[in-house]
Design a binder for this molecule. Structure first.
Ligand code: DAH
Length: 345
């Protein structure tokens, strides 16, 4: 009877297997704990007749030994597996990592900032929601200047549904930051003002209701037009290559006198004339001029003591010249097929 039980358990012990450490512990308890099946057989051993004790005792010891050996064997296997798992470097980031890309407008804006910071310009910022005074009034715009017109400027209604023009508006150019800086700082002033601007335009490939500008302003004693020209030539060569030439054409802006528009030699054909520059060899990139004394005075700066220059350029325009992005809408559609093309920039 006892012999049969021993044989039966021996069979079970030989087949014993466990999928994990918990299952193994359950097996140990089942066979070898105080209330385990093998331990129970040892208890029965007391009743075995003396003449069989030797044989059955040996069988029982063998059974217990085999059970212990098998359990230890399995335990070692699990421990080895665990050690192997711990060898994995879990701090390693998974592969492959989908990296984001810089937006082309950010790339170009930062490049402009970098170039001017090398000649002493610092960054200044102003609000996008502005008032008429800072965007137009102090910049010498006549009260009836067409730029203030509803066609161009987004006015903010103070009361919902009241459509008459108010004083609060979305800035239509970053020249407004000039007035903010000049009224809050004393010369010498040398700032670059990057930012978003808004205009009430129908969205097309060539126009958008918002875009980006970088404004430059330098105010000090004895600042001349030659200083402006030098700074812009330096910028153009850094941005578009050392062979780049510039050309200043007389123009008009209310806040500068004299005013000019600046062209660079076409960076596609090198100035010989192509379809991009419409055969002229030149492309326009910015407006500039000497800060009008009226503007200095409106901002509390003595125009007899100080003079200065200003310039303003469109970041989209520069990006178009650098990366040939012709359709303005691409910049704000967030199409990853477009954005991924700037991965290596
Ligand atoms: N504010 C002008 C615009 O939005 C650009 C500009 C022209 C800025 C001449 C200037 C400047 O500072 O001197 O078209």
């Amino acid at each position: 009877m006892l012999k049969d039980s021993i044989q039966n358990l021996l069979g079970q012990v030989r087949e014993m297997n466990a999928a994990n450490a918990e299952e193994l512990e359950a097996l140990r308890i089942k066979y070898l704990s105080k209330k385990g099946e093998i331990t129970a057989l040892f208890n029965e051993f007391r009743e075995v007749p003396a003449d069989q004790k030797r044989e059955i005792g040996q069988m029982l010891n063998q059974l217990r030994q085999q059970a212990e050996t098998r359990i230890n064997e399995l335990k070692e296997q699990f421990e080895a597996k665990k050690a192997e798992a711990e060898k994995l470097d879990l701090t390693r980031t998974p592969d492959p990592i989908a990296l984001g890309t810089r937006h082309p407008l950010s790339l170009v804006r930062e490049e402009i900032e970098d170039i001017f910071s090398r000649i002493g310009f610092t960054i200044a910022q102003g609000p996008e929601v502005e008032d008429d005074k800072h965007v137009y009034g102090m910049l010498n715009f006549a009260p009836e200047h067409p730029a203030r017109d509803m066609q161009d400027t987004f006015f903010i209604e103070k009361e919902i549904g009241v459509q008459k023009p108010t004083d609060v508006l979305l800035r239509s150019h970053t020249s407004s930051v000039q007035t903010r800086v000049m009224t809050s700082q004393k010369p010498p002033i040398r700032v670059l003002c990057p930012g978003r601007v808004y205009r009430n335009e129908a969205i097309s490939a060539r126009a958008h209701c918002f875009f980006h500008q970088v404004e430059g302003l330098y105010i000090d004693k004895n600042v001349s037009f030659a200083d402006l020209r030098e700074a812009l030539l330096y910028f153009s060569k850094e941005m578009f290559g050392p062979e780049t030439k510039i050309r200043l054409r007389p123009s008009y802006f209310p806040f500068t006198e004299p005013s000019a528009e600046m062209d660079i030699s076409c960076n596609i054909c090198g100035g010989t004339g192509c379809s991009f520059c419409k055969g002229t060899g030149w492309v326009e990139i910015l407006g500039c001029g000497m800060v009008d004394p009226n503007v200095l005075e409106a901002c509390g700066i003595d125009s007899k003591e100080y003079s200065g220059y200003a310039f303003g350029m469109g970041v989209e325009r520069i990006t178009n010249l650098k990366y040939r992005v012709k359709d303005l809408r691409l910049f704000s559609e967030n199409d990853v097929r477009f954005l991924r093309q700037f991965e290596s920039c």
